[in-house]
Design a protein around this ligand. Structure first.
Ligand SMILES: Nc1nc2c(ncn2[C@@H]2O[C@H](COP(=O)(O)OP(=O)(O)O)[C@@H](O)[C@H]2O)c(=O)[nH]1
Ligand SMILES: [Mg+2]
Ligand SMILES: [Zn+2]
Length: 388
C-alpha cells in the first residue's frame, strides 16, 4: 500500500515501509478488498461522520448489528465494541443505497481506548475516545480545581495505552498557581506532566506542543467550563467550538459542547473535544496500583503484608500521613477508588460470564459458569503502547 497523505494527516499510522503500522489492520484490509479506511470524527444516534482526510468528512451508515438494539440485549454488540470518535473503520459502498452512501463494514482494533463506566442497571462501558496518544485532563485554576477529581480522571486513563497530561487552565486569573501545583506534587513524582496555561493565549498553550506532534491524537477531558473548547479554538487559531461564560455562582460553565468531535489541527495533530462529564465511574479495568504508585510503594514497607493501613503497628502509610508526607485526602481517594474499581470489576466479570454462558452450545441462556472466562478484568495492562 502506498503512503496515503490525507489519511496520515488525520493520524493513520504507517510503518517505515509505508504500510499500516498495525498488523491486524493490514489483515482486515486484505480481508475487505473493496473497503477503505476512514476515521470517526463524530458519532450521532443515527450514524457516524467519518473523514478520509483533514478536509473531507461525510456521513456513513453503521452496521445493522449496531443499530438500535439496546447493548445489554443478548447477542447485541456492547457499546464499547461499536465505533466511537477516534476509531478507524473500514467503509464500503452500501448495497441498499445505490445513491452512494458508504457503510461501516469493520472496526479496526484500537491501540488505545479511554472509557468510563456508564450509569444504569446493566453493566455498560462508554467509550470516550479511541486511538489517542495523549489525554489532556483539563481543570481550571478557579473553583473547579479539585485534585481528587484529577485523580479520578487519571485512574480512568491508567491502562488505556494513552499518556495523561494535566492541563490547569485560567492560570492568568489564578491567585495561587504554585499552591495548586504543590497540591499535585504526587503526580509530578509519577512522571505525569502538569502544565498551567492561559487557554486563551496561543503562546501559553504552546506548552502543549510536545504532545501535539503531526500524526498524533489527543483528547480533552474535564468538567464543563474547564476550558476545553477554549483550548481547542486557540490551538486551531479560529473560534470553531462554542465556549461558555462561567456562571459566577458556582464557577461552572454552561454545557456548550454537546458532542465529541475530532478536529485536525493546523500543526498536523488531531484533537478531540468532549462535553463535560458529570459522572466518572471506573469500568473495572483500571489499575489502582498504577495510579497510586506512591501509596503502593509505601504499603510495600508496612510491617504486615496484608496491612489495611488502619491501626496496625509498623504501618508505613499511616506513618507517612502523620509525617505530612502523604495527603490524607489522597489516601482516602485511593481507598474509595479502589473499592469502586473492585465493584465494577465484579460486575464486568459477571457480564463476561453471562456472555460465555449464552454463547456455549447446549447451555440454557442466563446460566453463568462458576468462573468468568477470559483475562481477569482487573489484571495489569499488557503491552503498553510504545511512544512515537
Ligand atoms: N481567563 C481565562 N478564561 C478561560 C480560560 N480557559 C477558559 N476560559 C473561559 O472559561 C469559560 C468556559 O470555557 P470553555 O472552553 O467553554 O469550557 P469547556 O466547557 O471545558 O469547553 C469561557 O468563558 C472561557 O473563555 C483561561 O485559561 N483563562
Ligand atoms: Mg466545551
Ligand atoms: Zn500499612
Amino acid at each position: 500500500m502506498t503512503p496515503d497523505l490525507p489519511l496520515q494527516a488525520i493520524g493513520w499510522p504507517l510503518d517505515p515501509d509505508g504500510r499500516p503500522a498495525i498488523a491486524a489492520w493490514r489483515e482486515l484490509l486484505a480481508a475487505h478488498p473493496d473497503a477503505r479506511p476512514a476515521r470517526v470524527v463524530e458519532q450521532h444516534r443515527s450514524g457516524y461522520v467519518v473523514a478520509d482526510g483533514p478536509d473531507h468528512s461525510f456521513s456513513v451508515e453503521s452496521p445493522p448489528e449496531w443499530q438500535r438494539t439496546p447493548s445489554y440485549k443478548k447477542g447485541a454488540t456492547p457499546t464499547e465494541q461499536r465505533a466511537g470518535v477516534g476509531d478507524w473503520v473500514l467503509i464500503a459502498p452500501s448495497i441498499e443505497h445505490a445513491a452512494g452512501k458508504d457503510r461501516i463494514v469493520a472496526l479496526l482494533p484500537r491501540h488505545s481506548a479511554i472509557k468510563r463506566g456508564a450509569a444504569g442497571e446493566h453493566y455498560k462501558q462508554q467509550l470516550i475516545a479511541a486511538n489517542v496518544d495523549t489525554v489532556f485532563v483539563v481543570c481550571g485554576l478557579d473553583a473547579d480545581f479539585n485534585p481528587r477529581r484529577i485523580e479520578r480522571y487519571l485512574l480512568l486513563v491508567s491502562g488505556s495505552g494513552a499518556e495523561p497530561v494535566v492541563v490547569l487552565t485560567k492560570a492568568d486569573e489564578a491567585k495561587d498557581v504554585p499552591g495548586s501545583l504543590a497540591a499535585l506534587i504526587e503526580l509530578a513524582a509519577q512522571d505525569i506532566a502538569v502544565r498551567a496555561v492561559n487557554a486563551r493565549d496561543p503562546d501559553s498553550v504552546a506548552a502543549l506542543n510536545p504532545w501535539l506532534k503531526p500524526g498524533s491524537t489527543a483528547v480533552l477531558v474535564g468538567s464543563s467550563g474547564a476550558g476545553k473548547s477554549t483550548l481547542t479554538n486557540t490551538l486551531l487559531g479560529i473560534e470553531r467550538m462554542k465556549t461558555g461564560a462561567v456562571r459566577e455562582s458556582d464557577a461552572r460553565g454552561r454545557h456548550t459542547t454537546t458532542h465529541r468531535a475530532l478536529i485536525p489541527l493546523p500543526g498536523g495533530a488531531c484533537l478531540i473535544d468532549t462535553p463535560g462529564m458529570r459522572e466518572l465511574k471506573p469500568t473495572g479495568e483500571e489499575t489502582v496500583a498504577d495510579s497510586f504508585a506512591d501509596i503502593e510503594e509505601l504499603a510495600s514497607q508496612c510491617k504486615f503484608r496484608d496491612c489495611q493501613h488502619a491501626k496496625e503497628p509498623g504501618c508505613a502509610v499511616r506513618a507517612a500521613i502523620e509525617a505530612g508526607k502523604l495527603d490524607p485526602q489522597r489516601f482516602a481517594s485511593y481507598h474509595k477508588l479502589g473499592g469502586e474499581v473492585a465493584g465494577a470489576a465484579d460486575r464486568l466479570a459477571q457480564r463476561q460470564a453471562e456472555n460465555t454462558a449464552n454463547k456455549a452450545p447446549g447451555r440454557s441462556p442466563g446460566r453463568a459458569p462458576a468462573k468468568p472466562a477470559g483475562p481477569a478484568p482487573n489484571a495489569r495492562p499488557t503491552g503498553r503502547k510504545t511512544r512515537r
